[in-house]
Design a protein around this ligand. Structure first.
Ligand code: ADP
Ligand code: MG
Length: 231
């Protein structure tokens, strides 16, 4: 690699600012974020409610834009991107896991997992075959034909992780993924994320829970839109 290249940096954020406009008011949420996350790292983002954690994760996930500064994902500058290009990158590079699972209630587990492959243009048979493999990896293959409402919270989150993994992403973004789960189920899920991380996938996880964050390689604390410390 030539000088100046940083091939091991997956997420590179410099001097990033983000405000929301609500009516006449401007709410300055992120106030100069510097954050570099290496390929293969698991980073936990902590901070009290309203500190800007989800805003930051949504920007990393190209679900929202920012005002100034710079964000590079795997060396690609992410700024003012067309929805087509953003959707392409989200589908190709990123996987999302949310506190509320965000599964489609009237589709079976296997159909939920197969959905990102539909957007890649794969045929139904191929989609379902791959989706089943991922349900198997998450230990819930026998639940493939069930609707989300027939599954426990932990099982639903495993379906959501299978859906996040099915496109073979480089980065998993998880916003309080254990927030709706009991402690034992949460630990089981963190073990699963650990396995995923060991396969070389970068993980950014927002969490309130110290024992969950303690399992990351690094904890970042956000307060009032600034990173307090890097440890
Ligand atoms: P956290 O995830 O740390 O709880 P958020 O990033 O969700 O914090 O929110 C940070 C601040 O930005 C909060 O004051 C919230 O009300 C505000 N906010 C978040 N999203 C929007 C939005 N789409 N429009 C206006 N304000 C928002
Ligand atoms: Mg949040």
């Amino acid at each position: 690699m030539g000088p100046g290249k940083e091939p091991s940096i997956m997420i590179k954020i410099n001097r990033l600012h983000k405000s929301y406009l609500t009516g006449r008011n401007r709410l300055h949420v992120l106030k100069g974020i510097d954050l570099h996350i290496k390929k293969g790292e698991t980073v936990a983002i902590m901070g009290s409610s309203g500190s800007g954690k989800s805003t930051l994760l949504n920007i990393i996930g190209i679900l929202d834009d920012y005002d100034s500064g710079e964000y590079r994902l795997s060396n690609t500058l992410i700024y003012n991107m067309s929805e087509t290009k953003a959707a392409f990158l989200r589908n190709k590079v990123l996987g999302f896991v949310f506190q509320s699972f965000n599964l489609i209630p009237f589709k079976s587990a296997v159909e939920n997992v197969a959905l990102p492959l539909y957007y890649q243009g794969l045929h139904r048979k191929k989609r379902n075959k791959i989706a089943l493999e991922y349900l198997d990896k998450m230990g819930i293959r026998e639940w493939a034909e069930h609707l989300p409402g027939e599954l426990s919270g932990g099982q639903q989150q495993r379906v959501a992780i299978a859906r996040a993994m099915v496109t073979d992403p480089k980065v998993i973004l998880a916003d309080e993924p254990t927030g709706a789960l009991d402690t034992d189920t949460s630990y089981g899920l963190m073990d699963l994320l650990k396995t995923i991380n060991q396969a070389g996938i970068t993980i950014v996880i927002v969490t309130h829970e110290h024992d969950i964050a303690a399992r990351a390689n690094r904890i970042i604390r956000l307060k009032d839109g600034i990173i307090l410390n890097h440890d």
